[in-house]
Design a protein around this ligand. Structure first.
Ligand SMILES: O=c1ccn([C@@H]2O[C@H](COP(=O)(O)O)[C@@H](O)[C@H]2O)c(=O)[nH]1
Length: 280
């Protein structure tokens, strides 16, 4: 199943989850000048970034906000980038952070796990509870999955996620619910298709967190641009190597050199090397 596939690639390549979070000012001059349409510029740079990293990537994560911000043409780029990643046999996480009542969740599930915008995995918010998550289960039989926000990497994660309820932080209850709900998901897998997003930037009770995320596959954001380091991530990932690490801006942003292909390739290689330390 999907999380096991991501794990296999994390082991055989590296645990680098390549973030394709492109802003227009990330696109190098050569590509800016070669195309007129925003979508063509974004897709051209995305393909360069994907091709330069595919040897090392466990999976890709595409942040939909980057493309929504560019309007209709941005969404054309989003669609082409997501389908390009799948067309070359790579795994794509749609970072869409959805969460709504069941009937609406079913539509989001259909929209992002099939059809024009088909990805392999989506990110979801658990705030609205089980009926906002369970409509995605129907797609898990088709080798799809979801990463549910448990403890996010931003400072504001403490506002709600750290609230002590029944003697433990709320994010711990999210992890426990994911384990409970996973028992209802049929299929032959080691890691449930229901994974969790856990950032290490604002973590306190790592021991309890590890206890509650033993059998859950993790998507770990926050490395580099947001300040998380290798040691923090090493302390979170367990012996069963239960996680991938996302880097977005640290890979694609701020390349001024005309030889941007070389820089992408160097960065991909370097990030893969660094991040591999987290699962040694
Ligand atoms: O807790 C979270 C959940 C999601 N994100 C997303 O991950 C990337 C991080 O980008 P960087 O440039 O590597 O900081 C971005 O798409 C966020 O929306 C997160 O950072 N933290």
């Amino acid at each position: 199943m999907i999380m096991d596939k991501i794990k296999e690639r994390a082991i055989s390549r590296s645990p680098f989850c390549v973030g394709i979070d492109l802003r227009m000012d990330h696109v190098p001059a050569e590509l800016q000048n070669s195309f007129t349409k925003t979508s063509d510029k974004l897709v051209a740079y995305a393909k360069e970034a994907i091709d330069a990293s595919k040897e090392y990537a466990a999976c890709y994560k595409v942040q939909i906000a980057c493309y929504e911000a560019e309007g209709l043409d941005g969404m054309v780029a989003y669609q082409q980038i997501v389908s390009y990643i799948r067309s070359i046999g790579e795994i794509v996480i749609a970072d869409v952070k959805r969460g709504d009542i069941g009937s609406t969740a079913g539509l989001y599930a259909k929209g992002h796990l099939s059809g024009d915008f088909e990805a392999d995995v989506v990110t979801l918010s658990p705030y609205m509870g089980k009926d906002a998550i369970s409509p995605y289960f129907d797609f898990f039989a088709k080798d799809k999955g979801a990463f549910v926000l448990a403890k996010t990497s931003n400072e504001g994660s403490k506002d709600f996620q750290d609230l002590i309820i029944d003697g433990q932080p709320l994010y711990m209850s999210v992890l426990q619910k994911l384990k409970e709900w996973s028992k209802e998901i049929p299929g032959d897998y080691k890691f449930s298709p229901l994974g969790a997003v856990v950032g290490v930037n604002e973590l306190k009770d790592i021991k309890a967190l590890k206890e509650n995320s033993k059998d859950t596959y993790l998507l770990i954001p926050g490395y580099g641009a947001q300040g998380a380091n290798i040691e923090d991530i090493r302390a979170l990932i367990q012996e069963n190597k239960n996680g991938v690490i996302n880097v977005s801006r640290g890979y694609t942003a701020g390349i001024k050199e005309s030889d941007f292909r070389k820089v992408l390739s160097q960065r991909a290689q370097q990030l893969a090397k660094e991040l591999s330390e987290c699962i040694k």
